[in-house]
Design a protein around this ligand. Structure first.
Ligand code: SER
Length: 298
């Protein structure tokens, strides 16, 4: 994401933050805890921030292990961002939501934008509440806050961090290294996914769209490609025919069971022109070849 913003706006106009010492971002950097209101405020003022992407969150699987921490990081982090955006008159704020907002009572295929939200994970509860806070700040204070319901995001630059959809990244590393993967979901657990480049492009396009085009102020459904572990395994076998997978579903299967298999993103298509580029074959090729190159050069 940072690299895409640097490519678009130039390194001197982008500031990245993280809780650790500079992990080597290609732009200005501030070490920052998103729960430290004063520090966030100082950073926003120091850099005269116009577009604020608040991406920090604890994902679904880690959230189930520490619900209180997931709630604290995901909700307090967002509320600080919303309050400061109003106080400092930030032009635009981005909030990442997720397919995890869906749960009981929805059609699992092509789940509609306006479906009921009854999530069953703490992560999903925090994102569903967060979306409503965004809509509230837009209505009450006129804050230009925008949001996407990301499917599982698949990329090769950074390692996955505690999500249910992370198997679809791990599987490539294990395929390249060992030719074998033990999967924590069932073979037919079909979930919506998106290749990182498409997810980043969607985010930038949403943030660049004229304000009057943004009709959804909770969060837009975003669909890339849906697949199951056995489907992606078959695609990987086109690159490594001896690749094998063994299935050992754990608690993350319960989370996956509550999520849609695909979501309807026609509102995003209609309102601000969203269109995905990566299908399963293209995603698999990019992931396999990039990870192979990366591991060969270590
Ligand atoms: N990738 C996320 C997760 O699995 C879903 O938004 O937690």
């Amino acid at each position: 994401m940072t690299q895409a913003l640097v490519d678009k706006y130039g390194r001197e106009r982008v500031v990245a933050t993280d809780i650790s010492d500079d992990p080597g971002f290609p732009c200005q950097y501030e070490k920052l805890d998103v729960l430290d209101r004063d520090a966030v405020k100082r950073a926003l003022q120091k850099h005269n921030v116009g577009h604020f992407y608040q991406l920090a969150a604890i994902l679904s699987a880690t959230g189930e292990k520490n619900p209180a921490l997931a709630w604290e990081v995901n909700m307090k982090g967002l509320l600080i961002a919303l309050e400061l955006s109003v106080e400092l008159e930030i032009d635009r704020l981005f909030f990442p939501s997720s397919i995890a907002v869906f749960g009981e009572g929805v059609d699992k295929n092509h789940t509609l934008q306006d479906s009921v939200l009854i999530p069953n994970s703490v992560y999903g509860i925090s994102k569903a509440a967060g979306e409503n806070w965004c809509k509230y700040y837009h209505g009450k204070y006129g804050l230009d806050v925008r949001s996407l319901r990301y499917p599982g995001v698949i990329g090769h630059e950074t390692l996955p961090g505690g999500g249910t959809t992370d198997y679809a990244v791990d599987i490539f590393y294990e395929a390249v290294k060992n030719g074998h993967y033990q999967c924590f979901l069932k073979a037919d657990a079909r979930l919506p996914m998106i290749y990182m480049d498409d997810a980043i492009r969607a985010t930038v396009e949403l943030m660049e769209a004229d304000s009057d085009k943004i009709k959804v102020r909770t969060s837009y459904n975003l669909q890339g490609i849906s697949f199951s572990p056995e489907e992606i395994a078959r695609e990987i076998q086109k690159h490594r025919p001896d690749f094998t997978v063994e299935y050992a579903p754990d608690y993350r299967q319960d989370i996956a069971d509550s999520w849609p298999g695909s979501i309807d993103d026609s509102a995003a298509q209609k309102d601000w022109g969203w269109k995905r580029e990566f299908d399963l074959a293209k995603l698999t090729r990019e992931m396999y070849v990039s990870i192979q190159n990366k591991l060969n050069h270590q």
